[in-house]
Design a protein around this ligand. Structure first.
Ligand code: CUA
Length: 347
């Protein structure tokens, strides 16, 4: 018994060392397989907008150049380490110092390759930075942990879901309200940082209608991962209809309805101090709720829009979204139900 146990104790570290390589290989394979997902809504290598395609057209040739260099260099490292490795019986190799031709060669060739890569790269940067004509202006304000979109020429303010028509670019002015965030819709365009105290610009457009997922890509606090967004692309006619509906005032709940009771709670609980509902309140800390229920998601696009999710959110916002500025209002179940009814009436 004792010997068996001892034997096992001695063998196990060896075995675990032997397992290390297959485990690492398996881990790598799993990573590789994860990169093959068919349904990858944030795949930057599958562009669906002009900007993303411009970037993709740069990535592909640069990647090929980098891959060829990688294989050549790593291959040569392998050949040299195997072929010229130290052997006890081998004679001392010839010692050389300096070879002007070689040194000029391995300085010039990489420099030329870098120049060849730099030319299309700089051209792409300038192309992407061009301010489009006839663009729709949108001011994007990033906050912990959600996005505000203000269409100053259209008189529309909304949150988290950026609406846009096909066939026209949006010129985004990005501004930060607290810390650094970064705006990215991978299938439509590259990412741009949102920095407090300055304005950055980018434009965005899509080939066809659909919903394109995005994400804040600069670590900005506890709920950075929950700072998502959607770009919702319409046909031009549908976009105009969306704008028209957003320009209307909020619907007023029928007297005596749960929604009407919720509207009273909205005022008595001080929700309006942080949230705007046109004609009701003017708070600017949290999202404009005038047409809250017309959105498909809320709280930084973290939750799909439905009654259960709104109720869960209202019960304890910082509990379900760490770091959220929305406080726990200690609502009773009855109050929660009424507020949900009111919020759902804001279409
Ligand atoms: Cu905002 Cu990360």
């Amino acid at each position: 018994m004792t010997r068996l146990a001892r034997g096992r104790a001695v063998r196990s570290p060896v075995r675990s060392r032997r397992l290390r390589r297959p485990a690492a290989a398996l881990g790598l394979l799993a990573l590789l397989a994860a990169g093959c997902a068919k349904n990858a809504p944030m795949d930057t290598l599958d562009p669906e907008g002009p900007n993303a395609r411009t970037i993709d057209n740069l990535i592909n040739p640069v990647f090929i150049v980098a891959a060829v260099i990688f294989v050549l260099v790593e291959g040569m490292v392998l050949v040299f380490t195997l072929r010229y490795r130290h052997r006890d019986d081998a004679p001392e190799p010839v010692q050389v110092h300096g070879n002007t031709k070689l040194e000029v060669g391995w300085t010039l060739v990489p420099a030329l390759i870098l120049v060849a890569v730099a030319i299309p790269t700089i051209a792409t940067i300038f192309k992407l930075a061009q301010k489009p004509k006839d663009a729709i202006n949108v001011t994007v304000t990033a906050r912990q942990f959600w996005w505000e979109y203000n269409y100053p020429d259209l008189g529309v303010v909304t949150a988290n879901e950026l609406h846009m028509p096909t066939g026209r670019k949006l010129e985004l002015t990005l501004q930060g309200a607290d810390v650094i965030h970064s705006f990215w819709v991978p299938k439509l365009t590259g990412k741009t940082d949102v920095v407090p105290g300055r304005q950055n610009h980018m434009n965005i457009s899509a080939d066809k209608p659909g919903i394109y997922l995005g994400q804040c890509t600069e670590f900005c606090g506890l709920s950075h991962a929950n700072m998502r967004l959607k770009a919702i692309v319409h046909t031009p006619a549908d976009f105009d209809a969306w704008v028209a509906s957003q320009r209307q005032g909020p619907s007023t709940p029928a007297p005596g309805s749960p929604a009407a009771a919720g509207a009273e709670l909205f005022t008595s609980k001080g929700c309006g101090g942080c949230h705007t509902v046109e004609g009701v309140s003017r708070g600017r800390v949290g999202p404009n709720l005038t047409h809250f229920a017309s959105r498909t998601s809320f709280a930084g696009s973290m939750f799909e829009m439905n009654a259960e999710n709104i109720a869960e959110w209202l019960r304890d916002p910082p509990g379900v979204k760490p770091g959220s500025k929305m406080p726990d209002l200690n609502l009773s179940a009855d109050e929660t139900t009424k507020l949900v009814a009111y919020l759902q009436s804001l279409r």
